[in-house]
Ligand binder design. Structure first.
Ligand SMILES: *Cc1c(COP(=O)(O)O)cnc(C)c1O
Length: 420
């Protein structure tokens, strides 16, 4: 296992001190299981490397927004990175603070801006000139000044999947590098904006440091120009995107990554600035698994299938990005293994969770889909009128239900039929 909090004890997979088989028994399947110690350990890897430095960690809420998960981070002193008013509400409900929260996203509505302004978020990461105008208007109406950073697109190749690469010219994100200086000048002239920072986010599941160093270099070049124009940039936000090991990837160690970046900023003579990190996946990805039960084995001429009770609506990443997730038995069997595609019951050929996997399984067995803590539950849907899975957090020997399994009747509770 690449997930330290999940390991076998006498051939039974455990989450910390709790058997995964007993969790499935108690809470049913499909079931998301998170480890508090894994969340804590990953956060500490960032925080320890930032210790004594002018650096802040803002947890990217969109990777896993369960209140219990956010609360673990809030208690550890984390800030948050949100992309909607909904996520702001979650942060506040989980004990996070607006003044430690930055608001990212390419399409913030005026209503969302107003909510975030009233709550007192630390910074709006703005992505376009029209958005600057909109925020300036909202702030004027509220009689406030909105703290602003511009998300600049540094046009570096993060060498990741096209759907999760965000720092290239062809992406919808950020202000084009060539336009950034002029955009800062415009922002600086708006009466109800307070320009305080610069940010970027170059992609996700990045397994090398070099694209970050390239991006930081371009950002700092720009900062020097902008300040020559009279602005004052207090913080440099390098975004998130650090990768994790799903299979055999070898991303940099979190502490090394943070220290290398901070050292680079210092070497460039910008050590007085605060550096913000916005990690999502690297905090939560390997802190979670998805447990599922085998319904049927279906041998075929070309392919053998294991049909399980989890599906693309529960974990969309394989269908969406052809993402690889390790799939392991919850109880190891000493039987002959066969090669299977692991698929769900949803009526789509894209509904697969793993391809060509060697497994020794029987109907009724439990499987764990690994590295499912990031972009797992948060991307789940009710497609095929499937209730969303329950979520459990394990803390040493204890397991707590942190989200109830949905019931079918909830799924159409807001619907109605025509009166005649
Ligand atoms: C998605 C996102 C993140 C987090 O990305 P990870 O790959 O999960 O670390 C951080 N910042 C912004 C602006 C994002 O959109």
């Amino acid at each position: 296992m690449t997930q330290s909090a999940f390991s076998y004890v006498d051939d039974v997979l455990h989450a910390e001190g709790v058997s995964a088989a007993s969790l499935a028994e108690q809470f049913g399947t499909p079931l998301y299981v998170y480890s508090r110690s894994a969340l804590t350990e990953a956060y500490h890897a960032y925080a320890d490397a930032c210790d004594g430095r002018r650096a802040k960690i803002h947890v990217a809420v969109k990777a896993n927004s369960n209140l219990a998960v956010l609360n673990v981070f809030a208690r550890l002193g984390a800030g948050f990175d949100i992309v909607s008013a909904g996520e702001l509400a979650r942060v506040l409900a989980a004990g996070g603070k607006a003044e430690n929260t930055v608001f990212s996203g390419v399409g913030k509505t005026a209503a969302e801006m107003r909510e975030a302004l009233d709550a007192g978020v630390k910074c709006f990461n703005v992505e376009s000139i029209p958005e600057l105008h909109a925020l300036n208007e909202v702030a004027k109406a509220a009689g406030k000044k909105a703290p602003v950073s511009l998300r600049v697109n540094p046009d570096v190749d993060a060498k990741t999947h096209p759907y999760i690469s965000t720092g290239l010219k062809s992406n919808k994100f950020g202000v084009a590098f060539a336009d950034a200086r002029a955009t800062y000048a415009q922002a600086g002239a708006m009466s109800n904006l307070d320009v305080i920072g610069i940010d970027c986010h170059i992609g996700s599941q990045i397994t090398e440091i070099s694209p970050y160093l390239d991006a930081v270099d371009k950002l700092l070049d720009l900062v020097e120009q902008i300040e020559a124009d009279g602005a004052q940039i207090r913080h440099v936000d390098v975004g998130g995107g650090l990768g994790i090991t799903y299979d055999d990837e070898t991303p940099p160690d979190i502490g090394d990554f943070v220290r290398t970046l901070l050292a680079h900023v210092e070497k460039r003579g910008h050590g007085q600035r605060e550096v913000y990190f916005e990690p999502g996946r690297s905090l939560v990805g390997n802190a979670g698994v998805l447990l599922t039960r085998v319904e049927y084995l279906k041998p075929g001429e070309e392919k053998n299938f294991v049909i399980v009770d989890a599906a693309m609506n529960d974990l969309a990443r394989p269908a969406m990005y052809e993402a690889f997730h390790r799939i392991v038995p919850v109880v190891k069997r000493a039987a002959q293994a066969h090669v299977y595609d692991v698929v769900g019951p949803v009526c789509e050929s894209g509904d697969w969770l793993g391809r060509d996997r060697e497994l020794a399984v029987e109907p009724g067995d439990l499987l764990a889909i690994c590295s499912a803590g990031a972009y797992g539950f948060v991307m789940s849907s009710n497609y095929n009128t499937r209730p969303r899975a329950a979520e459990v957090m394990v803390d040493h020997e204890r397991a707590r239900l942190v989200r109830e399994r949905e019931e079918v009747k909830q799924l159409f509770a807001g619907e109605s039929i025509l009166p005649e």
